[in-house]
Design a binder for this molecule. Structure first.
Ligand SMILES: Cc1cc2nc3c(=O)[nH]c(=O)nc-3n(C[C@H](O)[C@H](O)[C@H](O)COP(=O)(O)OP(=O)(O)OC[C@H]3O[C@@H](n4cnc5c(N)ncnc54)[C@H](O)[C@@H]3O)c2cc1C
Length: 260
C-alpha cells in the first residue's frame, strides 16, 4: 500500500516569530525552520506501515524553496522513498483551506491507500488541513489518531478522546491525522542523510498542480488577516516573602485572579 505523508516546514519552535508588517503573514525566511514536530510521527507511522505491508512512502509539502531542505529532505533522510514539493510564488499567504486545496490537487496525481498528516502545525495550530483535505478528496477523514492498523482494504484506528479513545474502522483509501506519542520516531542515520540527497524529489508549480490562482495565496484565500498586534510583554510576577502568612497571601492572589 502506498502512503503519502503531508509535512509542513515551520519556524524553529524556539525561534522568535515575526509577522511581516505589510501583510501580517509570518516571516518564514528570517529565522531557522524545521520539519513540523508532529509530522515526524506521521513519517514514522508511514515507515512502520511500509515495513509491515510494503509499498512506497511519499512525502508531500506545499511551501517555498526552503521547504525542500527543512521538510522534504529531512523526511527522506528518515526513510521515505520520494518527495513532492508544490512551490509557486502565488501560494504565499495561503490559508488552511487553500493549503488543503493545493494538497488535494497534488494527491489527485498520485496513487495511494492512506494519507497521513500531523494533528497540528506549531506555527498556526489551526488543525484544519486534515479534515479539509479529506473533504476535498471525498475520502473518510479521521483525526487525532493514536494507533493505526491496516488489514487489506480496511484501516482500524484509535482516536484520542477525553478519558479514553474510540476504535474506528474505515475503508481505504482514507485520510488520517496522528498525534504526538503514536510512536517513537527514529533518528535519521548518516546513511539515511546521505541517501536522501539522491532520492527523487519532484517540484510542481501551480500550473503543474492544475490549481486556479484565484483560489490560493493572500488574495485567493477565504480568510483575511485584518490586523496583527504584538503580544504585550510579560508582566513581572509578584514575589511573596513568606513571613508566616505566605499561604494566606497566595490564597488571596489566587482568589483575586479567579484561579480558585
Ligand atoms: C500565526 C498564524 C495564524 C494563522 N491562522 C490561520 C487561521 O486562523 N485560519 C487559516 O485558514 N489559516 C491560518 N494561517 C495560515 C495557515 O498556517 C496555513 O494555511 C497553513 O498552511 C495551514 O494551516 P496550519 O498550519 O494551521 O495547519 P494544521 O491544520 O494545523 O496542520 C495539520 C497538518 O496538516 C499538514 N500541513 C499543514 N500545512 C501544510 C503544508 N503547507 N504542506 C503540507 N502539509 C501541510 C501537516 O501534516 C500538519 O501537521 C495562519 C498562519 C499563521 C502563521
Amino acid at each position: 500500500m502506498n502512503i503519502v505523508v503531508c509535512v509542513k516546514r515551520v519556524p524553529d519552535t524556539a525561534a522568535e516569530k515575526k509577522l511581516d508588517p505589510s501583510d501580517h503573514t509570518l516571516d518564514r525566511e528570517s529565522g531557522e525552520s524545521i520539519l513540523n514536530p508532529v509530522d515526524e510521527y506521521g513519517v514514522e507511522e508511514a515507515l512502520r506501515l511500509r515495513e509491515a505491508h510494503g509499498g512506497e512512502v511519499t512525502v508531500l509539502t506545499m511551501g517555498p524553496a526552503g521547504a525542500e531542505k527543512n521538510a522534504v529532505r529531512k523526511a527522506l533522510a528518515l526513510g521515505a522513498d520520494r518527495g513532492v514539493l508544490v512551490k509557486d510564488d502565488g501560494l504565499a499567504g495561503s490559508d488552511a483551506l487553500a493549503t488543503a486545496y493545493v494538497l488535494a490537487l497534488a494527491l489527485a496525481q498520485m496513487e495511494f491507500g492512506l494519507v497521513i498528516l500531523g494533528s497540528e502545525s506549531t506555527d498556526a495550530r489551526t488543525s484544519l488541513v486534515p479534515q479539509a483535505l479529506a473533504q476535498l478528496l471525498g475520502l473518510p477523514g479521521i483525526t487525532y489518531v493514536s494507533k493505526v492498523e491496516v488489514d487489506g482494504s480496511k484501516v482500524t484506528v484509535h482516536r484520542e478522546q477525553e478519558g479514553g479513545h474510540w476504535v474506528i474502522e474505515s475503508e481505504l483509501p482514507a485520510v488520517i491525522s496522528v498525534v504526538k506519542g503514536i510512536n517513537e520516531p527514529r533518528y535519521a542515520t548518516l546513511k539515511g542523510i546521505m541517501s536522501a540527497k539522491q532520492k527523487p524529489l519532484e517540484v510542481l508549480s501551480g500550473e503543474d498542480a492544475g490549481l486556479d490562482p484565484a483560489e490560493v495565496g493572500l488574495s485567493g484565500s477565504k480568510t483575511r488577516i485584518l490586523a496583527a498586534e504584538a503580544r504585550p510583554p510579560k508582566q513581572k510576577g509578584k514575589l511573596v516573602k513568606d513571613e508566616g502568612h505566605g499561604h494566606v497571601e497566595l490564597a488571596d492572589f489566587l482568589q483575586q485572579n479567579k484561579f480558585i
